[in-house]
Design a protein around this ligand. Structure first.
Ligand SMILES: *Cc1c(COP(=O)(O)O)cnc(C)c1O
Length: 351
């Protein structure tokens, strides 16, 4: 076992994985207590009366090809949200082990830690430094109790990429000590490389990727964790056996067809151009104090009067995210880059 896998909870290390009903599609299934008939409304390829293949091989192969990693380094779950939960449950003993987060950031990391009863450490990303990651400061916050470090790049809600050099410094310094989880939910919008290419070299690195943002499949619920095969094997012990539903497997395989992927590229280009148009227009909008530069598909916008901006958006029937609950931020809203027409409506509401 490698040094990172051995940091997992002893109960998980010794856990016997659940053996799901054997998957042998060429044989007649009389072993899983399913109904033998399809419903008249069932348009799926495989039949929803049957349990799906656990960790569908076709899906794993397709996702592994998409991210350019071997299938044994990938686990798919119901969004990266599930991967976040699995990592914390596998590595953190309640009350003893800790999770480190860098606020302001995605709330699911702290929530997963609280649900598990893990301790929470934080190392704040400073607005004065453009919310950049200070590797030295993070490492000073990282005692031996910290088993998992969550870093989000591009970061939600601030929008900035974390510098690869700083990420590498953290990963290298914590080798054998903690699992560093880099959440790349928005990486496709950044136009820079993914850290996925470094996972094979760093057993303590796990990268989260999702189909929910750039791939336009938020409703399908499919995210991946890419990590050392031993870490993946531990996560597989904990994920429910039929986590990915059959309609999701079929929708994802259809969407990751090369023809559909070609269309996604042009959509990404459109999001990037709308992002810069929206950012420029907002910078000249009355009441806007600051528009933070973004590598994602949203903008963090500071307002003199957030309440008024929210009300105006609501009056135009537009939802934007109130970022005031983040104590590390000046009063701001987080705005998703929409279609050209939606962005125009928002700009008019705030003009
Ligand atoms: C949206 C988002 C996710 C994706 O969650 P899914 O469960 O895959 O839909 C993950 N991390 C961050 C930071 C996000 O903003």
């Amino acid at each position: 076992m490698n040094a990172i896998a051995s940091l997992a909870r002893p109960e998980i290390l010794s856990l016997e994985a659940y053996a799901p009903a054997a998957w042998a599609p060429e044989l007649t299934r009389m072993h899983a207590n399913e109904l033998p008939w399809r419903l008249a409304t069932d348009m799926s390829a495989c039949g929803l009366n049957r349990y799906p293949e656990p960790q569908s091989e076709a899906l794993m192969r397709r996702l592994a090809a998409l991210y350019n990693v071997p299938p044994q380094m990938l686990l798919a779950g119901r969004g990266s949200d599930e991967a976040i939960d699995l990592v914390v449950r596998v590595f953190c003993r309640a009350e003893r082990d800790a999770v480190l987060v860098c606020p302001p950031t995605f709330g699911m990391y702290a929530l997963a830690a609280r649900i598990q009863g893990a301790q929470l450490r934080s190392c704040v990303l400073q607005a004065g430094h453009g919310f950049a990651l200070d590797a030295g400061q993070l490492l000073r916050h990282c005692g031996p109790e910290v088993k998992v470090v969550f870093l989000c790049s591009p970061n939600n809600p601030t929008g900035n990429l974390l510098a690869t050099g700083a990420l590498r410094e953290v990963i290298t310094a914590l080798a054998g000590r903690a699992l560093v989880v880099v959440d790349e939910a928005y990486i496709e919008f950044a136009g820079t490389g993914s850290l996925v290419t470094e996972v094979a070299r760093h057993p303590n690195l796990a990268v989260l990727r999702t189909l929910s943002k750039a791939y336009g499949l938020a409703g399908a619920r499919c995210g991946s964790v890419i990590a050392d095969p031993e870490v993946i094997a531990l996560l597989k012990k904990v994920i429910p056996p039929y986590a990915i539903a059959q309609p999701t497997i079929e929708a994802v395989l259809a969407a990751l067809d090369s023809g559909v992927l070609a269309q996604l590229e042009s959509r990404l280009a459109l999001v990037r151009s709308e992002r810069s148009r929206l950012a420029q227009a907002l910078a000249h909008t009355p009441g806007v104090l600051r528009v933070w530069p973004s590598d994602a598909n949203f903008l963090l916008v500071e307002f003199r009067d957030v309440e008024r901006a929210l009300q105006r958006a609501h009056r135009a029937q537009l939802l934007v995210r109130d970022a005031r609950p983040y104590p590390e931020l000046a009063p701001a809203l987080r705005v998703t880059v929409g279609s050209h027409a939606d962005n125009q409506r928002l700009l008019e509401a705030w003009s």
